[in-house]
Design a protein around this ligand. Structure first.
Ligand SMILES: C[S@@+](CC[C@H](N)C(=O)[O-])C[C@H]1O[C@@H](n2cnc3c(N)ncnc32)[C@H](O)[C@@H]1O
Length: 318
């Protein structure tokens, strides 16, 4: 973990109180903290940094799935590496989803946060428009891979063909990403380890339907986003699944006529952007919206085609 990231961290277990963490370094290399601890002076919890990966997951928020969940499996790593970087491999079957999402970013002073970043493509793109970028995810496998890309500044990975049969893929990047200003940590979208109003840009794509408490996820984004001169890129397929969140927590598609969230999720989020339900304060002006066609390739013969509905919200400078 880079020093500038350590300086921004607060204790997620103490939220809503915000207590900065004290860094205790056991080993570092080339400006990267490799092993150490991040200690909370208020609650006494020590968050571990091991092999450069800081684990800021809180103990007391709703439990997210354990380290063996789907997003840590090798087939998922291969799937997301292809999904994020397939266009750079010149694979004709790749989509231009991340190019479309990243077109919404406008150069803005201040730092950006990519919530549920997976292997980091959007974070890399955000480094072209923001001062520094932090990607967070609960998957150790994804965060370790994203950090490896930052270190090596190129891509080398095993793409699953079928079963244990893989094919080596390589890409050398030459696309204006500022690797020195990007880092990735393990953290929970429902208890972000950052002080309020710390970011001028937040992206959360394809995450809402994957967290156990979707409303809390949006409230956390509101907490860490600046009230002025800020943007929020939101996108989701709204394919609600009780395996991730209980139906009473869904923000759309509940089918329960007495719930404010019985209709389409994108309409709920649009109303939230406008200030309804008290989630976003101040509200956002919608700068762009649409659908992005996005693909995940699990094996040579297994593909998922997804339509993700996006909204770009802006808070003006004055
Ligand atoms: C559908 S994937 C989307 C990944 C990426 N944003 C993209 O669109 O390519 C959902 C991501 O959210 C992460 N995730 C799930 N629950 C999370 C949580 N509570 N906090 C942070 N990340 C989470 C998963 O590990 C996974 O990387």
């Amino acid at each position: 973990m880079k020093h500038w990231v350590a300086e921004k961290l607060i204790c997620p277990d103490c939220l809503p109180e915000e207590h900065s963490l004290k860094t205790q370094i056991s080993r570092e290399a080339k400006g990267d903290i490799i092993d150490g601890k991040l200690n909370c002076p208020a609650c006494g919890r020590a968050y571990v940094v091991q092999d450069g990966i800081a684990n800021l997951r809180p103990e007391k928020t709703l439990r997210v799935k354990g380290v063996n969940n789907g997003y840590n499996a090798p087939v998922m790593l291969s799937a997301y590496m292809w999904s994020h970087f397939g266009d750079l491999l010149a694979d004709a079957r790749a989509t231009d989803a991340y190019r479309i999402w990243s077109q919404s970013f406008v150069p803005t002073s201040g730092d950006a946060l990519d919530v549920g970043c997976a292997v980091g493509r959007l974070s890399f793109e955000l480094s072209k428009t923001h001062d520094r970028v932090i990607g967070i995810d609960t998957s150790f496998a994804f965060i370790a891979r994203a950090r490896q890309i930052v270190r090596e500044k190129n891509l080398d990975f095993e793409l699953v063909v079928e079963g244990n049969l893989t094919e080596r893929k390589h890409v050398a990047f030459d696309n204006g990403w500022h690797f020195e200003n990007i880092d990735f940590i393990v953290a929970d979208a429902l208890a972000l380890p950052f002080a309020g109003r710390d970011f001028s840009g937040v992206a959360a794509i394809n995450v809402l339907e994957k967290v156990p408490d979707p409303l809390k996820h949006l409230e956390e984004i509101n907490r860490v986003l600046r009230p002025k001169d800020a943007m929020f890129l939101f996108s989701d397929p709204f394919s609600w699944d009780p395996a991730f969140s209980a139906p009473e927590r869904w923000l759309g598609g509940s089918g329960n006529g007495s719930s404010p969230y019985s209709k389409r999720g994108i309409d709920t989020v649009r109303r939230m952007f406008a200030g309804e339900f008290g989630v976003f304060d101040p509200p956002f002006e919608i700068a762009d919206q649409g659908n992005v066609s996005w693909k995940i390739r699990k094996t040579e013969n297994l593909w998922e085609q997804i339509s993700s509905q996006f909204l770009v919200g802006c808070r003006k400078a004055d």
